[in-house]
Design a protein around this ligand. Sequence first.
Ligand SMILES: NC(=O)c1ccc[n+]([C@@H]2O[C@H](COP(=O)([O-])OP(=O)(O)OC[C@H]3O[C@@H](n4cnc5c(N)ncnc54)[C@H](OP(=O)(O)O)[C@@H]3O)[C@@H](O)[C@H]2O)c1
Length: 329
Amino acid sequence: MKSVFITEYGGPEVVQFSSSSTIPKITPEKILVKVFAAGINFMDIHTRQGKYVNSRTYDVELPCTLGMEGAGEVVEVGKGVSQVKPGDRVAWCIAWGSYAEYATVPASQVVKIPDTISYEQAAASLFQGCTAHYLVNDVSNLTPGSSCLIHAGSGNIGRLLIQLAKTRGARVLATASTQEKIAVAKRYGADDAFLYQHGNFHQEVLAATEGLGVDTVFDSLGLQTLRSSFLSTRKKGLIINYGNVSGSVKNLDPLELGEHGSLFLTRPRLADYMDSQKTIQRRADDIFNLLADNKLKIEIVAKYRLENVVKAHELIENRTLIGKAVVAI
Ligand SMILES: NC(=O)c1ccc[n+]([C@@H]2O[C@H](COP(=O)([O-])OP(=O)(O)OC[C@H]3O[C@@H](n4cnc5c(N)ncnc54)[C@H](OP(=O)(O)O)[C@@H]3O)[C@@H](O)[C@H]2O)c1
C-alpha cells in the first residue's frame, strides 16, 4: 500500500513515502476505505509542522499518515458499524490517513456521496465546504443588508465564504495580497476587495461603509491582520478568527475589544461544529447540493500523485496555488 507519512515534525523534508503490502486493520467503530481522492489542505502543513502537538481538539500522534480529507469506496466495516456497508461511496474529513491507497476512518465521521458528485469533487469540497458552511450559518448572522469582510478572499475557504455570504444577501468586502488575487475574490462575488499587507485596509473598509465598519470579519490570517480587523468592525460587531496562517496573536487583552466598540471575538474550530454524524451529513448534503446545482464553485486546479504531494504543500506555503489541489490515487 502506498502512503505518505511523517515520523517527526518539521519542514517538507520530514515527509516520507512508502509502498508496502500491508493494508491497515479496522477496529469495531471504523471502516476500511479504498481511497480514490484526497484533499490537500493547509491543515496538512500545520500537522507536519507539529502545530497540534498540544491540541486537545486535534489529537495527532506520530507516526502519522498525512491527509485529513478523502473520498473512496467502503471495503470493510467494523462490527459496530451499521450506517454504511461495503461498496458505498463515502467521504470524510478531520480524520487523518487520507494520503494513502487505503484508510481506516471512524464511521461516525463519514458521509455518503450522492451519484452527482465525483470522488474528486467530494475530496475537494468536504473540509473547506463544511468550514465555510458552519462559519456562515452557525457562527455569523449574515442577513440581507448586512456586511462582512473576508480576508484572503482568493484562498480556498475565502472563496467559499464569499459565495455563501452572497447567498445570504450580505455585502462582501474582501482582502488579498496581490492584484491578481483581488481579481479572483471579485470573480467569486466580492463586491469590493483591497490589498491588506500594508496594514491600512481598515481605512478602505471604513471608507466603504460610511465610517461604520462591517458587521462581521472572517479572519484566517491572525497576527498580521487581527488588530486592523478590530478597526474595520462596527460597534458590537463580530470578529471570527478561524485561522492563523500569518501567526497567532499571543498578547491580546480583552479590554482591547471594549476599546474598539464592545466587539465580539471568537476562535471557532470545525471539530466543535461537526459533533454528530447527522450534523456532518447535513452540512455535506448542503454543500454537495449547491455544487450539483452549480450554485457553488470549487475549482480543482491541480492533481498530484501520492509521491509528489509535497510539491503541492510547497506551493501552498509560498502562496502561489490559487484553487484546490487534490491527490488522485
Ligand atoms: N477554524 C476552523 O474551523 C478551520 C477549518 C479549516 C481550516 N482552517 C484554517 O483556515 C486557514 C485557511 O485555510 P484555506 O484552506 O483557505 O487555505 P488556503 O486556500 O491555502 O488559503 C490561505 C490564504 O492565506 C493567505 N496567506 C497569508 N499569509 C500566508 C502565509 N504565510 N502562507 C500561506 N498563505 C498565506 C493567502 O492569501 P493571500 O496571499 O491573499 O494572503 C492564501 O490564499 C488555515 O489556517 C486553515 O488551517 C480553520
